[in-house]
Design a protein around this ligand. Structure first.
Ligand code: F6P
Length: 343
């Protein structure tokens, strides 16, 4: 059998571990070969590819962040218009099945290809951990570790200067990174997209700390957090060509408002792409390797239109449809539990 794989959408620590898992499993268990398309769907449409061998190079990529195949975004209209080209390119390369590694947008694309007769298996990827069908996506643990390390460091400098430090983390639609990093790092307040915040509550919590003699505070803000209606004037940014919001910097907006209301010294740190770069944690390397292995096995078993998913301790197969049905939002019980640690 000859498999193809590609990585699409934002990069994520662990992508290379998935690729390695696919190549090694295909070679060791099935004697199959693998071709990698470059820069996501774009490379598939333009027939840009490289053969991936079970060799020392593939072995070495386990620790590497990013993706050796490159990644990209393609507008759904252009993607759909390229169906015949995609079919032709896969046939020319003698590809029997495609493993698409990506987030919600990529998995939707994979489902569409599958519905149109292309044998596809999906692997869920995102640091945001917002794919509902799986307990965890690889990359999330690395992002949380990076954010937690940053919060740990901010505690000491905030305390030394009696400052309130705002830490803005990624999380376009969901607050998993903010919730976990905030809890692990002992943040004094965390705001996430799932529950619009009231700036007065944040100010109250900070004021209480100063009154009690703890004259500093750490507030974690997910980039997609929004104020409760009628409490404060602030909006997320415009939408780009893919329908993604380009954020206005909610961390800084909150910092300015706290400064205005309380007069404290408030500074902002935006972690941005630092959370997505660099070497994956051990947890993410293991999860990504297992995803790669199970995706290769599913492709060899002809289980197309499916996506690998972590359920408890096991990797299972769900349908691609199920994998893109809902975003996994932070449930209310987790928000309520986190709130007990605020202040
Ligand atoms: O989807 C993952 C994510 O990291 C979001 O949290 C973030 O808003 C987005 O990607 C950033 O994407 P880009 O690299 O295109 O700026």
């Amino acid at each position: 059998m000859r498999l193809a794989t590609l990585t699409s959408g934002g990069d994520c620590p662990g992508l290379n571990a998935v690729i390695r898992g696919i190549v090694r499993t295909s070679s060791a268990e099935f004697g199959s070969t693998v071709v990698g398309y470059l820069d996501g769907w774009v490379g598939l449409m333009e027939d840009r590819r490289m053969d991936l061998y079970d060799d020392a190079f593939i072995d070495s990529i386990l620790l590497r962040g990013g993706t050796i195949l490159g990644t990209g975004r393609l507008h759904p209209d252009k993607f759909k218009a390229g169906l015949e080209q995609i079919k032709e390119n896969l046939a020319d390369a003698e590809v029997d099945a495609l493993i698409a590694i990506g987030g919600e947008g990529t998995l939707k694309g994979a489902k569409w290809l599958s519905d149109n007769g292309i044998p596809v298996v999906g692997v869920p990827k995102t640091i945001d951990n917002d794919v509902d069908a799986t307990d965890y996506t690889f990359g999330f643990d690395t992002a949380v570790s990076v954010a937690t390390d940053a919060i740990d460091r901010l505690h000491t400098t905030a305390e030394s200067h009696n400052r309130i430090l705002i830490v803005e983390v990624m999380g376009r639609h969901v607050g998993w990174i903010a919730l976990h990093a905030g809890m692990a790092g002992g943040a004094h307040y965390t705001v996430i997209p799932e529950e619009p915040f009231d700036i007065a509550d944040i100010c109250k919590a900070m004021e209480r700390r100063f009154q009690m003699g703890e004259k500093y505070g750490i507030v974690v803000v997910a980039e997609g957090a929004v104020p409760r209606e009628g409490t404060m004037d602030a909006s997320l940014g415009e939408e780009d060509q893919f329908g993604h919001v380009t954020f206005n910097g909610m961390g800084q907006i909150i910092a300015d408002e706290i400064k205005e209301r309380l007069g404290y010294d408030v500074r902002t740190t935006v972690l941005g792409h630092i959370q997505r770069g660099g070497t994956p944690t051990a947890y993410d390397r293991v999860l990504a390797t297992r995803y790669g292995l199970h995706a290769a096995r599913a492709a060899h078993a002809g289980q197309f239109g499916t996506c690998v998913a972590l359920r408890g301790e096991d990797i299972e197969l769900v349908t691609l449809e199920e994998s893109v049905e809902h975003l996994k939002r932070v449930p209310q019980r987790r928000i309520d539990a986190a709130r007990i640690m605020f202040g």
